[in-house]
Write a protein that binds this ligand. Structure first.
Ligand code: G3D
Ligand code: MG
Length: 179
């Protein structure tokens, strides 16, 4: 059975937050997982929030880097998330600092003190894509003190062809199994 099938067959209800800067590849990745789009809200006000649902799994998808005051709403939608998927465009050297800042806002949010974190290092097919080590360093994930209470993993992907997406889900399923 695929890991995705295992995720859907679990008896528990799971909420997973999928976050990252706009254009990182979140929607492309999720299209591989064939979630039904049940709600799509607020694309007009500079933030994009999608809630996708399939069986026992609910995915709340957020384009970060939007206007901060909408986070009150995100808080409501993200509340109770069992895991966080943070998608990075590995080829976007200009915005890696911004991605890092948004990542740390999520990590320091008291709502998710120890939610498992999956970093998706997407667009690895691009010529100047940062390597996994470069992304770890650029995002300060090599700080053992800050990361010690959190289970985390970084997965290289090419969302357009689906490379690495199954492995990413595999890691999430193993983590959710432990809860
Ligand atoms: P988002 O949902 O995070 O905002 P999207 O991002 O999934 O909409 O992807 C933004 C653009 O990046 C899309 O291109 C998409 O095809 C492209 N993309 C996503 N993943 C990859 C990848 O792994 N490699 C490459 N080369 N491109 C990727 P368009 O042109 O439709 O805007
Ligand atoms: Mg999108």
């Amino acid at each position: 059975m695929s890991f995705l099938a295992r995720l859907f067959r679990q008896k528990k209800q799971f909420k997973i937050a999928v976050v990252g800067l706009d254009s990182a590849g979140k929607t492309t990745m999720l299209n591989f997982l064939r979630f039904e789009k049940s709600i799509e809200t607020l694309p007009t006000i500079g933030v994009n929030v999608e809630v996708l649902q399939r069986q026992n799994v609910n995915l709340s998808v957020f384009d970060l880097g939007g206007q901060m005051h909408f986070r009150t709403l995100w808080g409501t939608l993200m509340k109770g998330s069992s895991a966080i998927i943070f998608v990075i465009d590995s080829s976007d050297h200009e915005r890696i600092e911004e991605a890092k800042n948004e990542l740390w806002k999520v990590l320091l949010d008291p709502l998710y003190p120890d939610a498992p974190l999956l970093i998706v290092a997407n667009k690895q097919d691009k010529t100047y894509a940062m390597t996994i080590d470069e992304i770890i360093r650029a995002c300060n994930l090599d700080d053992p003190e800050k990361m010690q209470n959190r289970s985390w993993h970084i997965q290289p992907t090419v969302a357009t062809t689906g490379v690495g997406v199954e492995e990413a889900i595999k890691w999430i399923v193993i983590e959710l199994d432990k809860l």
